[in-house]
Design a binder for this molecule. Structure first.
Ligand SMILES: O=P(O)(O)OC[C@H]1O[C@](O)(CO)[C@@H](O)[C@@H]1O
Length: 347
């Protein structure tokens, strides 16, 4: 069974951006507010029907293809649903700052949202304007009552001032554990790999089109704030959550682009063969983005790629190899998935 090429899937959002996605993917941006493309998605935007779902070039939903043959696509029994592939991959091209927000853990989502997945996520930086930063966790313990007050006052300045500000550059991999307050500056373009849900608790709705009532997952802040950590991320924590990679590296081996702590949730591999060489990839579901070069993917069959292409690769493609001059980003479910899903696996 061969990989399928995926059609462009830009998402309209409250925040500005998307020109770098359009350039990379060779597609037309039709509004200034298309800052995300959802790649290989078998889940949709919360409460928005089919928006977000990935489609093959003929318009078929990937969700339906997977649900029709989960074993061929994922190599295992269906996980939480027949179309569950264990990950959601996005291109996120922010031309304005994203709000301070937090995602729930698996434990919280299981208890309150009837879902085994939370939304631990990770960013791989493709491009960043000089001096731009991400905000990751609190720099010191935050008082819960004060956080509630500052949230209700929509005191953005206070929230950002409490957070770790990390200047970024292309090649950085950043893991955002569930529970961690975070934000992304305008000017930053990332590939995001995350658990396959759309659960966000907005601490800063004032910079979005959402209201306070749309910011607590329908649970009330009393409940949803228990998903928000008030503990600091120390220097040692940040060392564990942020890695730097060399994107010019070419090798017969794939390289992991994210911190090892991401492995139970998802993996993001870089494959860039040496001249005339190949890179071998294990069998399993993956979402592949070619950021440059051209060549072919060879497994149980062969399919050509060139810069900007995106593919969903089924487990039934078997072990496969990257040929050619490409720079490929390969997103896969976490190690041991889907077994690890039922075993918990919170960071
Ligand atoms: O769609 P939301 O929940 O408003 O969040 C905006 C974006 O922020 C992220 O959580 C990144 O921090 C993305 O996954 C998400 O698409």
């Amino acid at each position: 069974m061969k990989p399928i090429a995926l059609a462009p899937n830009l998402i309209e959002h409250f925040y500005r951006g998307g020109d770098r996605i359009a350039r990379l993917r060779g597609i037309e941006q039709t509004s200034e507010f298309q800052p995300e493309e959802w790649l290989g998605a078998t889940v949709s935007r919360a409460g928005e029907g089919e928006i977000g779902l990935a489609r093959a070039l003929d318009g078929t939903l990937l969700r339906d293809l997977v649900a029709a043959d989960p074993a061929a696509w994922t190599g295992s029994e269906p996980a939480s649903s027949a179309s569950d592939v264990g990950i959601l991959v996005k291109l996120l091209d922010a031309r304005q700052r994203l709000p301070v927000h937090v995602h729930p853990s698996r434990e919280f989502a299981t208890r309150h949202l009837d879902c085994p997945y939370g939304k631990t996520e990770a960013w791989f930086v493709l491009d960043a304007e000089p001096g731009t930063a991400v905000y990751l966790g609190w720099a010191a313990t935050v008082d819960r009552d004060e956080l509630d007050r500052r949230r209700d006052a929509q005191d953005s300045e206070w929230m950002l001032a409490q957070m770790n500000r990390i200047e970024v550059e292309a090649g950085m991999g950043i893991l955002v554990p569930a529970g961690t307050a975070h934000a992304i500056d305008g000017g930053i373009f990332v590939t995001e790999v995350q658990e396959p849900t759309d659960f966000s608790i907005l601490l800063e709705w004032s910079v979005t089109t959402s209201s306070r009532e749309e910011s607590h997952l329908g649970l009330g802040f009393e409940t949803s704030m228990s998903a928000v950590s008030t503990e600091p991320l120390t220097g040692a924590d940040l060392d564990r959550l942020v890695v730097r990679n060399d994107l010019d590296r070419r090798s017969a081996e794939p390289a992991s682009l994210l911190p090892v702590a991401a492995d139970p949730y998802f993996r993001l591999l870089h494959a860039a063969p040496e001249s005339g060489g190949t890179v071998a990839i294990d069998a399993g579901f993956s979402v592949v983005l070619a950021t440059g070069g051209a060549g072919s993917l060879v497994g149980a069959g062969e399919i050509g790629y060139s810069a900007g292409d995106v593919f969903a690769v089924p487990a039934a493609f078997g072990p496969w190899a990257v040929h050619g001059t490409g720079n490929l980003l390969i997103s896969t479910p976490g190690q041991g998935w889907p077994r690890t899903l039922t075993a918990g696996g919170n960071l």
